[in-house]
Ligand binder design. Sequence first.
Ligand SMILES: Cc1ncc(COP(=O)(O)O)c(C=O)c1O
Length: 380
Amino acid sequence: MRPIYLDYNATTPLHPAAVEAMTQVLKECYGNPSSAHWAGAAARDVLARARAQVARLIGAEPETVVFTSSATESNNIVLRSAARAAPQPAGRIVTCATEHPSVLETLEDLDVEADILPVDGDGRLAPATLAEAVGPETLLVSVMWANNETGVVQPIAELASVAAYRGVPFHTDAVQALGKLPLELAGLPVDFASFSAHKLGGPKGIGALYVRDGTPLSPLLSGGGQERRLRPGTENVPGIAGFGAACAAAERELPGRGERLGGLANQLWAGIREKIPGVRLNGSLEHRLPHTLNLSFDALDGETLVMALDAEGVAVASGAACHSGSTEPSHVLAAMGVPAELGAGAIRLSLGAQTCAEEIGHALEVLPRVVARVRAAGAA
Ligand SMILES: Cc1ncc(COP(=O)(O)O)c(C=O)c1O
């Protein structure tokens, strides 16, 4: 059996359409998009096409899409811009406890105060909790669309409406939602949204920021006039072409994929429950990305289980892959009230386009065996 990859939330294999688009640009399109001549014009065409492809997938106009180096950068632009615009005395930024480190750690670095709101046991932020927290000093509300560790989906339309009602800009880290859920940003009171290409079959090191027309924002960097001056620096044209192609492919393939992956994930969860005692699913069963399972195993260390599964060729994540290597318990599970010992025994299985029924069957053969072995070794 070939190795099995169940870590699509960390990164997704490049889509063949992205490889093709990037290869073509690398071979043929060497111009700088800022150059006035034909070579520059060819590169500008590539950017325009990719911008339109990203815009279609997020349900917005191409002019609202700014290319960045990563979702981390996109999140930083929005949060730091809000803090810089703070009047004296400084205002506050409202977010929630299960956000990605690129939001939570950026807030720690800012001079403004952060209100970090709690989630319920399912990992969801209640609109009423947000409504209570937003006040005259609030500069920005930032709540992720879907969680990278648990797949829990937030009630983004309601949360954004709460912020809009108070006249406060709303940002969402939509990295895990892109290509998984239908997005119609133009129809929502969302002002900013962050995306990353490598979560849906595009290359690593390319991100995007949706900026609703007319919403004020200041750049992180000073320099040229690229990306409407919001992201100066010569654009990564091949990477952006790959991002656009991955979005176009996701748009074609999205209908039906959620159902297929949800079916496989349910099959996996049902099999695990049947074959492995002392296991629980973390996060809302109802409001979740269908392809993500965050599981806690009694009497077991998640990191040890990940290594033991890796030795059998099965790639899964412990906690969030973005901070794998760290042995700290997951802040996401802690915020949901998962007891520390169960949080320590958590792993994340995430399925993607290439996952097939045969792999699920093989995972269901390997997992029970490896869990039993690791538990026995721990008890010895
Ligand atoms: C929800 C979420 N936000 C932000 C990021 C950071 O994305 P990037 O690697 O493009 O900086 C990730 C990456 O895992 C993520 O899952």
